[in-house]
Design a protein around this ligand. Structure first.
Ligand code: ZN
Length: 347
């Protein structure tokens, strides 16, 4: 098993966070500082308008609380991987219900019992309470009780449009992180990196028009699917990182498991083929010594470029393109996933 951080490829926790979250230097630096010092508060309040990435940032806090990568947040440990694939048993996301979409007191009471249970796999359990603006004072007070007697293995993250919508007693106990719109040009670059099928000019225009609110810009770029495409791309990105990371290791079983994470969704498999080919093209550039021309190559791409020859990478890309064609002629998905794992084996 390889460890992280080949010479020259090591990135700081802050760089990994900045790659995953656009702009907001202050928030990113603060979180990176907590990771490096090993001092995480046990309660966060992430505030900001809709579309500024509160849920994404809450997910990053969860990663920071759980990650065991040799280089913090490199994305290679089982916690990073499971959080990316939204299957980590130690992350609980609580959302509101009913007309006001408020988190009900019953949900808070259930969490009170739940949070006493020790983590399954990580050192911490993270509870994310989404959109707490409409939470009734009774529910907030019930939450305050949990806050005060929280076991040390628990981290709470509340998201809201404004921390001023929370009781002062809660506000004063949480570390408040405020998110802001980003520079439109930086936002457009970020969107194109996250969603490679996005048209650059359209992304620039949308970010400009939305004043750097990336969620709004994404909705404008993909108005019809209610965020489905964005969710699919995010899922694809997570699985591709898992596959690339498995390709860097030597276990064929890990690679097979990473490929079978695709499941039965053909659209997802298609998006994965595109991303995987692109990543392997980048690794090929690293392999032939042209890596400096790449913008923000991931840790996995840099490692693969060092580990795998350009000709082998070329073969992988050809095989992926062929598999992508087979998707269109209805190859069975278990067969697709298995075949992908076989063709990506490092020999
Ligand atoms: Zn990790």
């Amino acid at each position: 098993m390889l460890t992280d951080g080949l010479p020259g490829t090591e990135k700081s926790a802050e760089a990994h966070l900045a790659e995953a979250f656009c702009g907001n230097r202050e928030a990113v630096e603060a979180l990176a500082g907590m990771v490096v010092s090993g001092r995480m508060p046990h309660a966060f309040i992430v505030e900001g308008a809709d579309g500024l990435g509160k849920s994404t940032f809450a997910g990053l806090i969860a990663r920071c609380a759980m990650c065991t990568c040799a280089v913090p947040l490199a994305g290679t440990c089982s916690h990073c991987r499971k959080l990316r694939e939204h299957i980590h048993p130690d992350l609980t996301v609580i959302t509101g219900s009913g007309k006001t979409n408020a988190i009900a007191i019953d949900a808070v009471r259930a969490m009170r019992t739940d949070c006493r249970i020790a983590p399954n796999e990580a050192e911490k359990r993270v509870f994310v309470l989404e959109d707490c603006d409409n939470m009734q004072p009774a529910a907030q007070n019930a939450f305050l009780k949990i806050f005060e007697e929280a076991p040390p293995h628990v981290v709470f993250v509340m998201t809201c449009r404004s921390a001023m919508h929370l009781l002062e007693t809660i506000r004063s106990r949480g570390r408040i992180i405020t998110l802001y719109p980003v520079d439109p040009a930086e936002g457009a670059d970020f969107l194109c990196r996250q969603y490679p099928t996005t048209d650059k000019a359209a992304a620039a225009a949308a970010c400009e028009q939305c004043g750097g609110n990336l969620g709004e810009a994404l909705r404008q770029l993909r108005p019809d699917d209610g965020g489905k495409q964005a969710a699919l791309e995010e899922q694809a990105a997570g699985i591709v990182r898992g596959i690339l990371s498995a390709m860097c290791g030597s276990s064929e079983l890990t690679l097979a498991a990473a490929c079978h994470a695709i499941g039965k969704d053909r659209a997802l498999a298609g998006a994965i083929c595109i991303r995987l080919s692109e990543a392997l093209c980048c690794a090929m550039m690293v392999s032939v010594g042209a890596g400096e021309t790449l913008e923000h190559p991931s840790q996995e791409v840099l490692r693969l470029g060092t580990l795998v020859s350009a000709s082998a990478l070329m073969r992988h890309i050809q095989e992926i393109n062929m598999l992508s064609d087979w998707l269109r002629i209805n190859i069975s998905m278990p067969l697709f996933n298995t075949r992908l794992a076989i063709v990506l084996q490092r020999r």
